[in-house]
Design a protein around this ligand. Structure first.
Ligand code: ZN
Length: 364
């Protein structure tokens, strides 16, 4: 059995997004929703933590309490001017500094905690303390640019952790695989000209952001070839995701030969997600995790990004954590029959295979 860390902190569930109804700000014709706030809400993630307690999977994990990132850690990615603006507004009741990133009082400290948990995960695996590690980070990070928060993301958690590990000499080359259903535009932008960090994003084409994530965007300068975008049409399910993993992601990572693989892990390609139109299941995440662990001797870091189905995210996360820990403690997927019965048929899978072949011609 692997030694798998699960890093979390109750404070991460206390981040509060404010007056949105799903993707639209409340006001005008948009009525406030009873559940309230952003879809990026605490319950998806808290329920994952609850589920691993209820099934007993936590007994096969090393449960670790999160520690905040320091200002020095944050400054490797974010300019001091942005950090000051964020902290000042957070100290004064909260507000909005970018696009779709409203936050309440104290959000700066919670965001620093979320980034710190990814640092703990990366350091723990890079130093060999753990075989692999999962950070239940909230707020998420992959849309955040150095000076502009975006898409529920206030600090670039994964980039902050990777930059620290490189600065500390723990790793030389890192691959970041972003399987959140939305494009990892922030992570891409931060490492776009870097040869030592491979960024891969598999996402629903033009779902969010709608103007980034094209296959043609492959890096620049020294980083040319070290950015891979895999934009897939809506409706892709288990088979298309596994085929893309086998034919595009695995060979790209093997060719790059990183010291560490970090998964920016969203579960919003799940078939019941309100913010995307993919058809993945808990088994898809288990299988993708296995394919990556097969090429890394089981070494892996995962940082939680998006995923908005309160019901389904916990089961996707549980399947992934079972795989990471090599545990036999499972959680029966209550939606398995429903999601398996809705998978694309052979004709649609063949169409998706053609798209993946076209992408292979561009990307490999
Ligand atoms: Zn997402």
């Amino acid at each position: 059995m692997s030694k798998t860390a699960f890093i979390s902190h109750e404070k991460c569930f206390w981040h509060f997004g404010g007056n949105y109804a799903l993707l639209a700000p409340v006001g005008g014709l948009v009525q406030p929703m009873v559940a309230g706030g952003l879809p990026e809400a605490p319950e998806t993630k808290r329920r994952l933590k609850n589920l691993i307690e209820v099934t007993g999977l936590e007994r096969d994990l090393e449960m670790v309490t999160g520690i905040p990132a320091t200002m020095d850690d944050l400054r490797r990615v974010h300019p001091a001017s942005y950090l000051k603006k964020f902290k000042d507004l957070s100290d004064n009741g909260g507000g909005e500094l970018g696009l779709r990133t409203p936050f309440g009082p104290g959000a700066f400290e919670i965001a620093a905690l979320s980034a710190g948990m990814v640092i703990q995960a990366v350091e723990g695996v890079a130093k060999g303390t753990y075989d692999n590690a999962y950070a239940l980070s909230r707020p998420p990070g992959h849309h955040c640019l150095p000076d502009w928060p975006n898409g529920f993301c206030l600090l670039a958690n994964v980039a902050i952790a990777v930059e620290k590990a490189i600065a500390d000499g723990l790793v030389g080359k890192v691959a970041i695989l972003d399987w959140d259903v939305h494009h990892g535009n922030g992570t891409e932008a931060i490492f776009y000209d870097r040869a030592d960090v491979l960024t891969i994003s598999i996402h629903q084409d033009r779902c969010y952001p709608q103007d980034t994530g094209a296959a043609a965007d492959q890096g620049t300068g020294a980083g040319l070839g070290a950015n891979m975008n895999i934009p897939l049409p809506p409706g892709c399910g288990h088979n298309a995701y596994i085929e893309a993993t086998e034919r595009l992601i695995v060979p790209k990572i093997q060719d790059f030969a990183p010291d560490l693989v970090v998964v920016a892990c969203g579960f919003d390609a799940g078939g019941f997600d309100p913010l995307a139109r993919m058809m993945c299941s808990a088994e898809t995440y288990r299988e993708m995790t296995k394919r990556i662990m097969d090429i890394t001797d089981g070494k892996l870091v995962a940082a939680h990004e998006g995923g908005y189905s309160e019901l389904y995210v916990p089961f996707c996360g549980h399947a992934m954590l079972e795989q990471m820990a090599g545990s036999t403690i499972s959680a029966d997927d209550p939606l398995k029959q429903r999601i398996d019965g809705q998978q694309p048929d052979a004709r649609v899978d063949a169409f998706h295979s053609e798209i993946i072949s076209e992408l292979a011609d561009i990307l490999l």
